[in-house]
Design a protein around this ligand. Sequence first.
Ligand SMILES: [Zn+2]
Ligand SMILES: [Zn+2]
Length: 350
Amino acid sequence: MVIIYRVGVITGVKEAKVLEYDLPVALPDQVLIKNKICLICTTDYQQWMGLRPHQPIPMAFGHESAGIVEATGCNVFHVKEGDLVACNGYRPCMVCESCKSGKNSSYCQNSPIKDFKRDAYGLYGLYACGEYQIVEAKHVYKLKPGAAIDTAAFCEPVSTVIHGINRIRVKPGERVLVIGAGTMGLINAEVARFFGADVIISELSDKKLEMAAAMGFNKLIDVRTDDINVRVSEFTNGHPVDAIIIAVGVTAAYKQAFDAAQMGCRLLIFAGGYPPPSWDTDPNRVHYQMTEIIGTYGCSPADFQYAADLLGEKKINLDKLIEGRYPLDDVQKAFEMASSGDAFRYAVML
Ligand SMILES: [Zn+2]
Ligand SMILES: [Zn+2]
């Protein structure tokens, strides 16, 4: 019996539609997941806006999804029907040397998402915003019983944040400045706080500063009115920050970070920017101040597992970051809202 299911697809610039397809039959190593929620990430809405021409259309978009296992192939043992799961959208092969050595999945030469290929249905993408998704078992991560579906959808963004925080080696008690209090800035702040850091956040939007405060952060800098170095000094009794996470991909944020960096500061470039930001650095300053400039992107399978554990055990809480929800039929509206400027995450409910 052929099951027809519906999928949210970016079909053109500023155009997302619900399309119908036959559900393929899951293979022995695969898991059939009934998706419940898909968050619209910056990657998704910037593609929808036409800002990421390297991401092809039509795109069965999404990677921040969660759902319930509906059926498993005969070779699948780690999850069963009824489990709440999230999927690692980086799709590492898990058998190459890089994967086996625990590296970031960007090193994997066999990941199918490295170069976009149209599938048998003429689409690109992972189908994370479909009513169902068939995923190889090795990419499916189980959350603890009792974890919320909303929470599970944050596994992917949290995993990338864990990867970055490890790259800048945040230690308990260190002072960390997060530039930008959008969704990813606040997830960085939340994970840095869980790692024991004393977190300061700078931002220029009232709405985002209010969200930071609502999540329990009280060392906030409004860069429209405050001098960043004066305020940092007030918060730290004159100590420089140990690390700065740049969580917004705009030129002004890079300038701000470099202004605030002092001796031995570790700078994490977390965000990609479209159009690409520019950054005038003074190499002499990097040299004499021994500044470390560290990039990060994506995660390793171990980071994804850690994210599923932290979220599943409610050690971090990101519930406030879902600002609105739309049913699949209103996927176009969900994109309009997600791309409207000051938005946190919008969710498509499946
Ligand atoms: Zn994402
Ligand atoms: Zn690999």
